[in-house]
Design a protein around this ligand. Structure first.
Ligand code: IMP
Length: 440
């Protein structure tokens, strides 16, 4: 349980399979901490015959002895939290103060955030971001505005919450009516009552989680920081404005969890063996054709949170390298390699051509990436089903060469290779991670 912390970061546009790796690594961790995003995330964990889709609760919840933390940087939606906790309990998973803590400083997603998200997207029409409609952008806007924010700690104080909700509702009613012609007023009293009730249900879990984690680290406990979304969706470093609204790279860990930058530990970058994206925005290697359809069907590429079909395309080594550099990735986990069986040729993007000029690095300016043509390197594919491979040497030569080429282009060792959704379908390769990564 002691030793170096682990940070798990998505290196693409989300949905890389972080939940599976956090679950695998959390067997050796005392804490699993979410530091960014909110219920827009969808982390799938499969244990035996059971499949769990987690949105807000950290993926360590399925391991006994692991304390899960929703950090201050998370957009905390108590409605989703209560629903998810009840869902887990109904399936025999214990959730309580001893294994789940929620930061009192986390900002709370209120009903008006979800409404604003929907109204704003409708207003944008063809120019919309394609959000998950979970209120994420409006929540973080209000956090930055400060005077319109509710924090999880406020759910425990009736006077404070009632006062805040009444004041904020007045502002929101004016904005909704003037901007969107939405005239149905917010019932401030009813909202305050509902959220106080959430406070009662979650009360024992709401605490100063930063202090808890810092103490745990100083006492030698190992912490796993669980990233949400993917680096290309980062508010500062992603393909802005087609991004989410929080800091999702390893740079977001210290502020989003309330720990020192020195606590980030070993950074594991998660990437699919191909690429997917859900929502609007540039995606240079997208295959809006039979290849993309095949990847979507074989990879079951439909959103965990929204059910939307994901856009699919080839592996973009230039984008993944950019993301790996941003987070200081130590090793890669290459996910869904099994999905690529049966392709005669596999393409890897090694750079771009924009307006006739070669670009060897990723440029996060959406307009530039929107015009980028990919420079591809082709590699032979393989026919064999690899879902039961246990060791790197069990993989066909072409699959091994594909993995090695990705490692060379991204400039990082491939530590873990996933060949299926189950815990045991994880190959340990060039890793320095210890503990029950596979088979647990
Ligand atoms: P928002 O985070 O709901 O505001 O959505 C902004 C963009 O990020 C949209 O393109 C979403 O589809 C995308 N997005 C947000 N969260 C996730 C995620 O967990 N996986 C994949 N895409 C996401």
């Amino acid at each position: 349980m002691s030793g170096k912390n682990i940070t798990i970061i998505g290196l693409q546009w989300g949905d890389e399979g972080k939940g599976k790796i956090v679950d695998a690594l959390s067997g050796d961790c005392r804490y699993v901490v979410r530091f960014c995003g909110g219920a827009n995330a969808g982390h799938t964990v499969i244990v035996g015959d059971e499949k769990y889709a987690l949105h807000l609760i950290p993926s360590g919840i399925l391991r006994t002895g692991v304390r899960n933390v929703i950090g201050n940087g998370v957009a905390f939606d108590p409605e989703v939290a209560v629903e998810e906790i009840e869902g887990l309990r109904s399936r025999g998973v214990e959730v309580g103060d001893e294994n789940l803590a929620i930061s009192s400083a986390a900002n709370v997603v209120m009903p008006w955030h979800k409404l604003a998200d929907r109204l704003n997207e409708t207003r944008l029409g063809a120019g919309k971001i394609g959000t998950t409609a979970r209120g994420i952008g409006p929540l973080y806007s209000d956090k930055a505005t400060r005077t319109l924010a509710v924090r999880a700690g406020d759910l425990l104080d009736a006077d404070v919450l009632k006062g805040k909700v009444a004041r904020i509702a007045e502002v929101k009613n004016a904005i909704f009516s003037a901007l969107y012609g939405h005239t149905e007023p917010i019932d401030a009293e009813a909202v305050a009552g509902k959220y106080l009730d959430y406070g009662k249900q979650l009360g024992g879990m709401i605490t100063d989680t930063g202090a808890v984690i810092r103490r745990a680290i100083s006492e030698g406990s190992r912490v796993c920081f669980e990233g949400g979304q993917g680096s290309m969706l980062d508010i500062d470093h992603g393909t802005f404005p087609f991004v989410t609204s929080s800091s999702v790279t390893a740079c977001g860990v210290p502020s989003g969890a309330g720990v020192s930058p020195k606590s980030v530990g070993r950074v594991v970058g998660i990437a699919k063996a191909y690429t997917s994206r859900v929502g609007a925005g540039p995606f240079p290697t997208e295959q809006d054709n039979e290849i993309g359809n095949r990847l979507r069907e074989r990879g079951r590429e439909y959103g965990t949170t929204t059910g939307r079909p994901r856009r699919c395309g080839w592996f973009d080594a230039t984008a993944v390298r950019y993301a790996a550099d941003l987070s200081g990735v130590d090793e890669l986990a290459l996910m869904l390699l099994d999905v690529l069986s049966g392709f005669e040729t596999l393409r890897i993007c090694t750079g771009y051509r924009v307006d006739g000029v070669d670009l060897g690095v990723f440029d996060s300016v959406a307009a530039v990436m929107g015009r980028a043509e990919c420079v591809y390197e082709d590699m032979p594919g393989w026919e064999e089903d690899i879902a039961s491979a246990k060791d790197f040497s069990d993989l066909p030569a072409a699959a091994r060469a594909y993995v090695e080429r990705i490692s060379a282009l991204v400039g990082r060792p491939v530590g873990l290779i996933s060949v299926g959704p189950e815990r045991k379908q994880t190959i340990l390769y060039d890793t320095q991670l210890q503990g029950p990564v596979a088979g647990g």
